[in-house]
Write a protein that binds this ligand. Structure first.
Ligand code: CP
Length: 314
């Protein structure tokens, strides 16, 4: 399949199923590179990328950086907390300054929805959205799709429950956009205050009962309770939330026997997921992190280097 090279990756809403397939397929040989002793391929030699995170991150920022290094790109992280942003430099001026240094691609995370879209219109660099407010987190959803497909062999027709703070979750939105393109049945479940009423317009079914939502599902994707985005108390207490919605051994009995459990991290153990499940045999949380590197290598390769899915770095 020919790949019409995208300048930017801003979300899964505007990505076609064929493009998602191409990214997932390209991540497979990238994962093989990760298994080697010598984890280095020359595909992006001479290319330069920068990560700019206005919000905290462990997984996304680090995996983009190492993904670029494994493919021989020059990678730089702008430490926002010690940059001239602290002297009041505007986002636009910061980005222009980075652009004229010759970077080819920028990975950006920002608390304001739409920031990567604004930048994409105003810079020649490729932009990858690493999370914008409560809007989208496309690379997280791509690694989730990859992880599910790797274990189940297909995404087609799976029943997937997304549990918790749907209202504030860019992970949920990107997963919904991605999974609906593969004909999955998607259920969202949580307290009514954390489920936006308009979410059913995205082709999902809302539940307030965890038992009903988990009945017969193939996959449970557990969301982090985003305490930092909750301006008002949207549920009585953490204890009450955990009593009703924490994914533990009992609740999972409603799901299929071979149910897979995902969590994007970082986890609030004992709030949205029990340690027994997080560290148990059904959990794919560590695989998700590894696959995140492969997915990000695939994206960097497709956006900065490669042209076709049969041309992956050797
Ligand atoms: N899942 C995720 O985005 O994790 P980080 O905030 O650590 O990047």
């Amino acid at each position: 399949m020919n790949f019409e090279r995208r300048k930017d990756l801003l979300g899964l809403k505007d990505l076609g199923r064929e493009e998602i397939d191409l990214i997932l397929n390209t991540a497979e040989p990238m994962k093989d590179i990760l298994k080697r002793d010598m984890k280095k391929a020359p595909a992006l030699r001479g290319k330069a990328m920068v990560t700019v995170f206005y919000e905290a991150s462990t997984r996304t920022r680090t995996s983009f950086e190492i993904a670029g290094k494994y493919l021989s790109a020059d990678t730089v992280n702008l430490a926002v907390s010690t940059s001239s942003v602290q002297k009041g430099e505007s986002l636009r001026d910061t980005i222009k300054t980075i652009e004229v240094m010759g970077f080819d691609l920028m990975v950006i995370r920002h608390s304001m929805s739409g920031t990567p879209h604004y930048l994409a219109r105003n810079t020649k660099m490729s932009i990858i959205n690493a999370g914008d407010g409560a809007n989208e987190h496309p690379t997280q959803a791509l690694l989730d799709l990859y992880t599910i497909r790797e274990k189940k062999g297909t995404l087609e027709g799976l029943k997937v429950a997304i549990v918790g703070d749907i209202l504030h979750s860019r992970v949920a939105r990107s997963n919904i956009y991605g999974l609906t393109k593969f004909g999955c049945e998607i259920r969202v479940v949580g307290p009514s205050t954390l489920i936006p009423p308009e979410v059913e317009k995205m082709g999902v079914k809302s539940y307030y009962s965890l038992d009903k939502a988990l009945d017969g599902v193939d996959v449970v994707n557990v969301l982090r309770l985003q305490k930092e985005r909750q301006e008002t108390a949207l549920f009585p207490s953490m204890e009450e939330y955990a009593n009703l919605y924490m994914i533990g051994r009992e609740g999972l009995k409603r799901a299929k026997e071979d149910v897979l459990v995902l969590h994007p991290g970082p986890m609030n153990r004992g709030v949205e997921i029990s340690s027994e499940i997080a560290d148990g045999s059904q959990s794919l949380i560590n695989e998700q992190v590894t696959n995140g590197v492969a997915i990000r290598m695939a994206l960097l390769f497709l956006m900065m280097g490669g042209a076709r899915d049969d041309e992956v770095a050797s």
